[in-house]
Design a protein around this ligand. Structure first.
Ligand SMILES: CN(C)c1ccc2c(c1)CCN(c1cccc(-c3cc(Nc4ccc(C(=O)N5CCOCC5)cn4)c(=O)n(C)c3)c1CO)C2=O
Length: 285
């Protein structure tokens, strides 16, 4: 019978789960460090594509839930988001394969280049705008990061900055990280509604983005210095906010402050923040 007569099998074209990567196509290179899920190495995919490979340490991640979510994550594509290329989920440990960013975390980059960056307000503002663009894309797709901070952004060539590890917080099994009372919970980046009710939203990401802006304009200082988490919670509940960094123009600090409105509805969206920061940067420079 001619092909048009034969019914097309429902799985046609789905046999290659495009989010599934064949480990045989990966060549692992040096270690880049380790994070919530264990060791991350640089690698080459299909001989030439630079990648970073997270090798899931046993017991650190709810793996089946993540593998399901990975199908959604591979569809999130933006020039200011670290691209998830796919996963190797046929064997254990699972590998998470993403785009490679050669200068590592934004936090370490700020600290390493403080002398040159500290005087380049235009570049610091540009880095904030890049992160804002990535976050505005996630906001448009109703995707919440849950752990936005300079340590979770990465730097590539020509001062390109991208948001990384968005949404992964949901799959961490370590309750020191997931519970707001835990020692690893990012208290200093959390708004009141997260501290009190762990109510995450794009508006709680906006609060964290304000703290990230403060990190950028202080070239990587620790927010609230050496205050203990309990002291920070108490201050945030009372409405105390981070002071204006020296390198920060008043117009820029005004934007930062809006991110720390006590009530989430009062905080601007990333879409609005992006417009405001672009206006400020055009006005200043
Ligand atoms: C639940 N949450 C929020 C999570 C979960 C996992 C992770 C994180 C948060 C954030 C930390 N993390 C993690 C751990 C280890 C590596 C990576 C990590 C590091 C990269 N790149 C580099 C490049 C260079 C260097 C480097 O050694 N230097 C020194 C010399 O000067 C240049 C820089 C380090 N990392 C990279 O491209 N990706 C995609 C991920 C990442 C980022 O991915 C995780 O794996």
């Amino acid at each position: 019978a001619s092909p048009c007569d034969r019914p097309v099998p429902p799985t046609a074209g789905l046999s290659h789960d495009k989010w599934e990567i064949d480990p045989a196509e990966l060549h692992l290179l040096e270690e880049l460090g380790s994070g919530q899920f264990g060791v991350v190495r640089r690698g080459k995919w299909r001989g030439s594509i630079d990648v970073a490979v997270k090798m899931m340490k046993e017991g650190t991640m709810s793996e089946d839930d993540f593998i399901e979510e990975a199908k959604v994550m591979t569809k999130l594509q933006h020039q200011n988001l670290v691209q998830l290329y796919g996963v190797c989920s046929k064997d254990r440990p699972i590998y998470i394969v993403t785009e490679y960013m050669r200068h590592g975390s934004l936090l370490n980059y700020l600290r390493r280049h403080e002398t040159t960056l500290g005087v380049n307000v235009g570049l610091l503002l540009d880095m904030c705008i890049q992160v804002c663009k990535g976050m505005a894309y996630l906001e448009r797709h109703n995707y919440i990061h849950r752990d936005l901070a300079a340590r979770n952004c990465l730097v590539g060539s020509e001062n390109v900055v991208k948001v990384a590890d968005f949404g992964l917080a949901r799959y961490v099994l370590d309750d020191q990280y997931t519970s707001s009372g835990g020692t690893k919970f990012p208290i200093k980046w959390a708004p009141p509604e997260v501290l009190n009710y762990t109510r995450f939203s794009s508006k709680s990401d906006v609060w964290a983005y304000g703290v990230l802006m403060w990190e950028v304009f202080t070239c990587g200082k620790m927010p609230y210095g050496r205050l203990k988490n309990t002291e920070v919670v108490e201050r945030v509940q009372r409405g105390l906010i981070l002071e204006r960094p020296k390198a920060c123009f008043k117009e820029v600090y005004e934007v930062m402050r809006k991110c720390w409105a006590h009530c989430p509805e009062v905080r601007p969206s990333f879409r609005v923040l992006k417009e405001q920061l672009i206006n400020v940067s055009q006005g200043l420079l």
